[in-house]
Unconditional design. Structure first.
Length: 319
């Protein structure tokens, strides 16, 4: 296990330290907490010496959203959104970054960057917080050194699969990451190993699905999330994610059509041309292509399961 990395506040300054949530913001000022809604900028944030704004959710366009909040302006998502935005807010340098990145800084300052780099493996040094969920015995958030296999991670921290069932599939890095099968548990939890296998560590959310999982329903659940979260700015995402959700619901409920697999892939191709990984995009942000990942995973590794839910032509013998 690597060092625990806990965010700290310099109480000698007037500091705004903010964790984003879906509904409200937790503002910590010299150790005193206030819970306020989206109007916090006008009421709380005008006279701070130092702002530490930490993104607490991973969503395409999140950095742009923070820039909008800080500058009281509206900007569309940037064409190239790398999750970190630097800009000048009222002539003040501003950095928007992920809470996990910021939380590692105190340990590195107190020890050294060299000591931190000695953790993990080459190419994936340091520690990483992984969220383990799904059909495991002990789900939770675990900070580990990079380099163990997914199987070791699930057995050690998840205490194995419920009822000793086998793993049918798992998601290595959040909802937008392509899936791996239960035969791929030996893949190392490093950036390069996961990328070479055709996916990503992404948000670090590992979701395990056992042998009894209906993977069409699992994919539909993920696609429904992205369809709901689409801002509607880009037509391929706005219309495409809704179509994908509708088609998957039709297949899962037994009302599928023989042409639905080709239709799914066609809609996916309109969002992410070529259906390659890393994905190409016809959208401004990666939310649209994120909805494609569970479907391409289904078709690549579990196509027979999808086909089994579709109607088949039956030849009638007239003799």
């Amino acid at each position: 296990m690597g060092p625990k990395t806990n965010p700290t506040i310099n109480k000698k300054l007037s500091v705004l330290f903010c964790f984003e949530t879906r509904v409200a913001f937790t503002i910590i000022l010299n150790g005193y907490k206030h819970l306020v809604h989206n109007n916090y900028y006008e009421t709380m944030c005008k006279n701070f010496d130092l702002w530490v704004i930490v993104e607490g959710v991973a969503n395409p366009g999140g950095s742009t959203e923070w820039c909008n909040k800080l500058s009281d302006t509206f900007h569309n998502n940037f064409i190239s959104n790398d999750g970190t935005s630097e800009f000048l807010d009222k002539n003040k340098p501003t950095l928007v970054n992920n809470v996990e990145t910021i939380s590692s800084v105190p340990w590195i300052i107190n020890n050294s960057g060299k000591d931190y780099a000695n953790l993990g493996v080459e190419g994936s040094t340091g520690t990483r917080i992984f969220s383990l969920s799904g059909h495991v015995n002990t789900p939770g958030n675990f900070e580990i050194e990079m380099g163990c296999s997914f199987g070791e991670f699930i057995d050690t921290f998840g205490k194995g699969i419920r009822e000793n069932k086998s793993v049918k599939a798992y998601i290595p890095g959040g909802a937008s990451a392509p899936w791996f099968t239960g035969e791929q548990l030996d893949i190392k939890m490093t950036i390069d190993d996961v990328a070479d296998a055709g996916s990503m560590l992404g948000s670090g959310a590992v979701v395990v699905m056992d042998e009894d999982t209906n993977l069409v329903l699992a994919a539909k659940s993920i696609v429904s999330f992205f369809a709901h979260e689409s801002c509607g700015q880009c037509t391929p995402c706005r219309e495409g994610t809704t179509w994908l959700e509708m088609i998957l619901d039709r297949i899962a409920s037994g009302r599928g059509r023989a042409s639905d697999i080709d239709l799914l892939l066609d809609v996916c191709d309109n969002i992410s041309p070529g259906l390659t990984w890393p994905p190409k995009m016809t959208t401004i942000c990666p939310l649209g292509p994120s909805a494609v990942s569970p479907i391409t995973s289904l078709m690549h590794s579990f196509r027979e399961e999808v086909e089994s839910l579709l109607p088949r032509k039956v030849l009638i013998n007239n003799e």
